[in-house]
Design a protein around this ligand. Sequence first.
Ligand SMILES: Nc1ncnc2c1ncn2[C@@H]1O[C@H](COP(=O)(O)OS(=O)(=O)O)[C@@H](OP(=O)(O)O)[C@H]1O
Ligand SMILES: [Mg+2]
Length: 383
Amino acid sequence: MEEEKEKYARELEVAVRIVHVACALCEKVQEKLLATTNDLIASKDDDSLVTVADLSVQATVSWLLSETFGVQNVEIVAEEDIQTITKDDSAGLLEAVVNTVNESLASASKYGLQSPETNLGTSEVLKVISRCNSSGGPSGKHWVLDPVDGTLGFVRGDQYAVALALIEDGQVVLGVLGCPNYPVKTEWLNYHYQYHQTTSQSSQTTLNQCGKGCVLYATKGSGKAWLQSLSSGDKMLEWPNCARLIRVSSTDDPALATLCEPVERANSNHSFTAGLAHSVGLRKQPLRVHSMVKYAAIARGDAEIFMKFAKSGYKEKIWDHAAGVVIVEEAGGVVTDAGGRALDFSKGMYLEGLDRGIVACSGVRLHEKLIDAVYASWDSSNL
Ligand SMILES: Nc1ncnc2c1ncn2[C@@H]1O[C@H](COP(=O)(O)OS(=O)(=O)O)[C@@H](OP(=O)(O)O)[C@H]1O
Ligand SMILES: [Mg+2]
């Protein structure tokens, strides 16, 4: 499968560099958000939140991908549109987005990418956000972006992720996950901003040296997934870099396995997953973590299982899974729907045909047990 890796080597390098830029942007915005109550957040029409970071990351990634590969060669399926920031009462948010995008793009050369010669104006920023309007599908190449996955975690000062993947002819061919609050050192999975604030000066220094966050990436078929720390300060991002290989956990004893799931009950049925967990013999308390950091935890070997059972009628979006799935699979894990079938990224922006929920595991034995348990308990689940 070396050929496959070769084939996407350039795209992978650019995607990793871009995710580093996006993570730096998010870190700055998260700090500002937590320090002040301000107009960096708005509600979308569906009542979900959007922040200056979601919109600025989408603009930045869109501009950088188009600049690198040529605008005619880049199609992007992404979460955000300009509806919220073009409302009359969003002038402050729009201005903050334009400033944040320009500040972020000015730093792109540190990451080995092109910066614009002059600042982008408001209409240009709106144009690059709107350009991410591909609806995906079974043929051609398209990038899939979740600019800030786990927006709730982001505004709470907690875990979130920047997720960028490339789909070609319906297959996810590469994925990059930036996890700014998930350091290379595993014990920080339970990172929380308040905790971070109260850690001693010395552990703070250690954290900064090790890198507060990480970037994970993989190319389909390579059999390898990689982890690198987020570069801090003015250090240039080097490529090839000092990434290290990661592998899923080898634990297949349910009693020792850790289950990750969404924090919010609205996003996944906690009592149903608790029933499944009990029936297969899981003993530990579930680890509730925002965002695709859950996929990262499986790929890194910090947890063994991720399950998500959304309410009936909710359609999972491809940008919430594409990057995480390819990284977990290349790290040795298994990801399917609750019927045991592979997720289908070829049907547009939704995971059409998804059977009930998502089950990601570090290995086939745990996975088989969980799929069997779903079949055994589904009828009484009320989902
Ligand atoms: N009702 C419902 N059911 C299931 N899933 C939903 C639902 N509403 C939203 N979403 C999507 O879930 C994404 C957030 O997932 P998380 O795992 O971070 O959820 S949680 O905050 O930990 O509960 C979230 O991603 P972001 O919007 O990028 O944060 C959504 O795409
Ligand atoms: Mg998301």
